[in-house]
Ligand binder design. Structure first.
Ligand SMILES: [Zn+2]
Ligand SMILES: [Zn+2]
Length: 310
């Protein structure tokens, strides 16, 4: 009898854990070098439940338009994997800076962002992740407050250009390297406050960036305190995605260096708290950890994360 009870308890735990796994949308940033449409099959093969990709060149201002057959192939594959791999996110170009007051640079940034949103719409993506921007070194008189306002104004212009677009733009939390914006919850709060179409804007929370920016969430009490602050300043309703990375650099170092899950300064406890936090169920958690051509590191990191599910 005791034996049977033992087996039953274990079976129930196992089933519960399996069902929980289906609830968490763990994924990775994957290369589209084999063709964008191939990414869903690739993601599923690695055990991803969501995926992030680049949809245009991230290191140049311009990129050629998508071809009709490329778009059709992508949408058809996306449909095929609609129950396995979703949502789909893109990450915008690192060059884009909507904070700048330099007319030429702003035009280039705005055009590149327009291109990103055009392609995200054509491919029917769910989210475009963007780094908020920087105060350019040549624009010393530009205050952080005005820079954040500039970003919000440009986003308002973009959202009115893309009135019928269902794609949501997610501001990514940053490490605060140099004069980068987005490393304080207040920065993101200020941008969102000035965006008029609130349904089009959200947050992508990058664990390694937030940690490097100085927020500690490595035990239950500081984890709770940080999320209370997030709720007060930004609001949980704006949180739509995670970048799940451990950090090679120290707390508050402002240095953006990603490490494998559990092998950096953040450690497993924070990820355990996060993955078992009911508030974050069904949100995508994308790995941007170091990876080789075989992607075996992604398989390892996905397993590390899934092993933390209770
Ligand atoms: Zn990230
Ligand atoms: Zn990073």
């Amino acid at each position: 009898m005791r034996g049977l009870l033992y087996i039953l308890t274990h079976l129930i735990t196992y089933i519960k854990k399996y069902l929980r796994c289906l609830d968490v949308r763990l994924g990775s940033h994957l290369s589209v070098s084999q063709g964008k449409d191939q990414v869903f099959n690739f993601a599923k093969g690695l055990g991803c439940e969501s995926v992030q990709i680049f949809i245009r060149s991230v290191r140049s201002w311009t990129s050629k338009p998508l071809e009709k057959k490329e778009i059709e192939a992508f949408i058809s594959e996306k449909k095929k994997f609609k129950n396995d791999v979703y949502p789909t996110l893109s990450h915008n170009s690192y060059l884009i800076n909507l904070a700048t007051t330099d007319k030429d640079k702003l035009k280039k940034s705005y055009d590149a962002m327009t291109d990103e949103l055009t392609k995200a719409n054509q491919l029917k993506l769910d989210y475009v992740v963007m780094h908020p921007g920087v105060v350019p070194s040549a624009e010393k008189n530009l205050t952080i407050k005005d820079a954040l306002s500039n970003i919000a104004n440009q986003l308002n212009n973009l959202f009115s250009d893309f009135k019928n677009s269902p794609v949501m733009v997610l501001l990514e939390t940053t490490a605060g390297q140099g004069t980068g914006l987005g490393s304080k919850f207040e920065h993101l709060q200020a941008i969102i406050e000035e965006v008029s179409k609130k349904e089009k804007i959200g947050i992508c929370f990058d664990t390694s960036h937030v940690f490097a920016a100085g927020y500690n969430f490595t035990n239950k009490s500081n984890y709770d305190a940080m999320w209370n602050e997030f709720e007060d300043k930004i609001g949980m309703k704006y949180l739509h995605a995670f970048h799940l990375n451990d950090s090679e650099s120290k707390l508050g170092s402002k240095v953006d260096r990603h490490a494998h899950i559990g092998q950096g300064e953040i450690g497993l406890k924070s990820f355990e708290l996060l993955l078992n936090d009911k508030r974050f169920e069904k949100l995508p958690g994308i790995l941007e950890t170091p990876k080789s051509k075989t992607y075996e590191e992604d398989i390892m990191n996905l397993k590390t994360l899934r092993d933390l599910l209770k």
